[in-house]
Design a protein around this ligand. Sequence first.
Ligand SMILES: NC(=O)c1ccc[n+]([C@@H]2O[C@H](COP(=O)([O-])OP(=O)(O)OC[C@H]3O[C@@H](n4cnc5c(N)ncnc54)[C@H](OP(=O)(O)O)[C@@H]3O)[C@@H](O)[C@H]2O)c1
Length: 382
Amino acid sequence: MKKLVLVGGSGSIGEQVIDIVRANPNEFELIGMAVGTRIDSLIKAANEFKIPNICVQREEDVVTVKNAVPNATVYFGNEGLNTLARIKCDLFVNALVGFVGMEPTINAIECGNDIALANKETLVVAGELVERKLNEHNVKLYPIDSEHSAIFQCLQGNKMDDVNSLIVTASGGSFRDKSREELKGVTKADALRHPNWSMGNKITIDSATMMNKGFEVIEAHYLFKLPYDKIRVILHRQSIIHSMVEYKDHSIIAQLGVSDMRIPIQYALTYPNRIDMKYDNQLDFMKYSNLTFEELSFERYPLLKLAYEVGEAKGILPCVMNAANEIAVGAFLSEKIGFLDVERIVIETVHHFENREYNSIDDLRNYDNKARNYALELIERC
Ligand SMILES: NC(=O)c1ccc[n+]([C@@H]2O[C@H](COP(=O)([O-])OP(=O)(O)OC[C@H]3O[C@@H](n4cnc5c(N)ncnc54)[C@H](OP(=O)(O)O)[C@@H]3O)[C@@H](O)[C@H]2O)c1
């Protein structure tokens, strides 16, 4: 039995983690779970799986949850997330969205808990710190993101020294067939209609702006320790090849499958083993006689270009980019700004800050805060 602590359990990834736990009762035991404000899903899961440690975002929800799950210890807020991350377990599963996911990751590492990571913002914001902490504490980090899971699978049995490049595939998001001119009039509902994947709202917007792919490039850099010029992104509309590794003999290994996040999630939960997937989700090759590949243009997707630049620059700029993006995406989802404003706000915020190194989580919190405030000022002026 693998003991799991899951944070972000009410989200798109979190619910699929729970699906896998439910389908494999002899493999996993949930000993901790956190949600934000969707306390109903926490109460349901905590009673179903008899989870002893649970956490909510708001203090005012503690009494309700305590009454509904009397045998559990209930924590709240960011400190509650950190407490859960410090519970000794076999795997800390981080399915939080945004900057809030970074600190629990660091806490889990410091306690020697291995990690299954969906929260890509952790590596964007604090990649250098995470890399250092992982080495110090000899902790393993398994990717949940489908692209990174694919690369991780393609690397099995091979030597990193033999790798020429990583090829990260991108579906292109909701607006892949629209010109920049056509993006001027798009709505929130249009943006949330992803062609291939059903995901949380933020990542769906990040996919439409291609910020998500930029984040994934930075994530790949820290996970697989390759320079940015060896990480290439290509448009692959069908999302059947989840990513590839090219070796120095020009042999390319790809990982294929349907668009079902439970596949990479199970691999992160069970590595190096695999479990029987009890779902009807096999790839039918006959439906995909035409797999296509296209160049992704930096002119069309300026946030992808920015992510390469900011990733290369390191320091506080990736944190600033992430903070501005969270604020801008939030404002777009609240219909306060247009789709193209998201890009503009992120780019202008990054350009406003001078880069410097960071030394601690406090440093990152400080710059996250400053960047959020600056992005909010820009939104006020829209
Ligand atoms: N969805 C996918 O298919 C997918 C694929 C690859 C990578 N990822 C990455 O996985 C992460 C999660 O994505 P998602 O799509 O699952 O997001 P999501 O559906 O929005 O879920 C986010 C989770 O985080 C919780 N949360 C947010 N803010 C919180 C806070 N301040 N305190 C405590 N909990 C908080 C939410 O709780 P409440 O909802 O209860 O408030 C929810 O459980 C992201 O980093 C994303 O980029 C997602």
